[in-house]
Design a protein around this ligand. Sequence first.
Ligand SMILES: Nc1ncnc2c1ncn2[C@@H]1O[C@H](COP(=O)(O)OP(=O)(O)OP(=O)(O)O)[C@@H](O)[C@H]1O
Length: 539
Amino acid sequence: MPDPVMNIRGYQSGSGESDHPHDDDHERNYSPFSEYIDHSKHDPEKVVEESPNGRYAKLNSVLGKGAYKIVYKGIDREEGYEVAWNCFQTTRQEYAELSQEVEILKRVRHPNIINFHDCWYSNTEFIFITELMTSGTLREYIRKLQHPNVKVIKRWCRQILKGLIYLHSYDPPIIHRDIKCDNIFINGAHGEVKIGDMGTAKMKIGKKYTVIGTPEFMAPEMYEEKGYSEKVDIYAFGMCLLEMVTGEYPYGECKNAAQIYKKVIQGLKPDCLATVTDLEVLSLINHCIAPEQERYSAQEAIEDPFLAVEPEVVVLTTNEAKNHLTLQVVFKGMDKLSVKFEFNADTDTAEEVVNEMIEEQVLPQQYQRLITHDINRILRELAGPNDKKDISGHHVPNSPLMLHNNQSQGAISPITLDATNPIVQPGLSRRNSNPDYSGDVELPFKEYLPDTPIEELVQDTAMAYHRGPDKANEWLAKLKNQDIMTVGDLKDLQDSDWAGFGLTVFASRALRNRLFGRNVKRPGAMTRSLSHGLDDGSS
Ligand SMILES: Nc1ncnc2c1ncn2[C@@H]1O[C@H](COP(=O)(O)OP(=O)(O)OP(=O)(O)O)[C@@H](O)[C@H]1O
């Protein structure tokens, strides 16, 4: 086996400074920066070079230098915004070999990955234009904030993982190979986090003394020449998280790459791991730096309890009597799921409605207690100090605020919208996991003749609301139990008759909407709305 230490890229000192101890090597092969250094003395806004097509201009302003490339500020003349102009020393032959990679990079588009706009070869350099990041790297931020608070760390982690989920979902997966806090950039006032230094991993492989990663962040399998998978990015992410929470560079106790290598292949963890006291963080790090077979995927990591987003219930509208409410479950900080539903304080209880939403797979079970608790809090606040409840939890209608109403108003509208991170719901096809999908009825309105078999209505409804055959059969059994055999049998029923079927509020609403044509999607009625009630009268 070749000496792996000779095969990894320039060791960076544990002090966390971005020095490049293999400068010798660079000097031997080329001197990428010396010809540019004096430019900083001149006007930083001066255009010093243009792209072959004239669209991009390089300004006389260096944004940063790494071991391999020098990055300048540039301008996209067509769009009128600033870009990063990256110069990477390489041969024309190496550049030609990269053409396939480059085509892939051009197609990579994700809010948590730095955009790659264009590239060309010029005068011993591979030049590529990327999105410009304005606020430095995560590593600089960690140093600046000293100990970033847990909320900030969670926000960073979710964004990095969303980027990784996207890259790893390619077939074959795109492996970054050099995830570390120096390659994760922060943008602007909102603290957007993006993965950078994309696609240069392959280029670096060709360089002497270099490979693929940074020793402190390299998974054990990367040191062995047996091949590795996208899980190496998760290992590196685990090390980034360790750096975020401790402020220390992992394996800072090691003096050189050889020492790190020895520890990593023996399964010895970085010393600073022992200083992590928060058990949730520790568990997530351990799942990320575990041996490859046991290691989390990016999706599993984002679903880890440490990163789970706690839902909150908000009141959207209430009537004057404050007994008919429109509530919404919001998952703050994550556009994962939002559920709007109506709640009749006289006839519904938080427990029943939440159970129903879980039963209908509109809400994940794990939030049952939290959401129930939140709805009850809202009810208490709305009812004020004189509120009374009966033994079943229903509001007693002697409260001056409460009007009695026998009709249950609970209608639940599932909305699952996030192009990059769709929540997985049985019966909800991936086809629907795009931002244009409003989560409700997809079939066109249909007039059912009275002698239409009840099966047809039930099947259409289940399909329209993305419920599987199991649900349809369950609804059908309940209706048939009450001798409902045709659509005609249902049409003339009163609300109180519907209550006798034992269907959930959701199922009754869905069937009635389908039957009577409320809220049925017609061509052009698709909205971009994140929240779309079953019974919101929008159509
Ligand atoms: N898109 C960008 N926007 C703003 N600044 C950037 C951008 N990309 C890189 N830089 C700056 O240039 C510096 C060098 O870039 P980078 O670290 O990616 O180079 P590298 O040669 O690939 O280095 P290494 O492999 O050591 O990470 C960064 O530290 C950063 O300051």
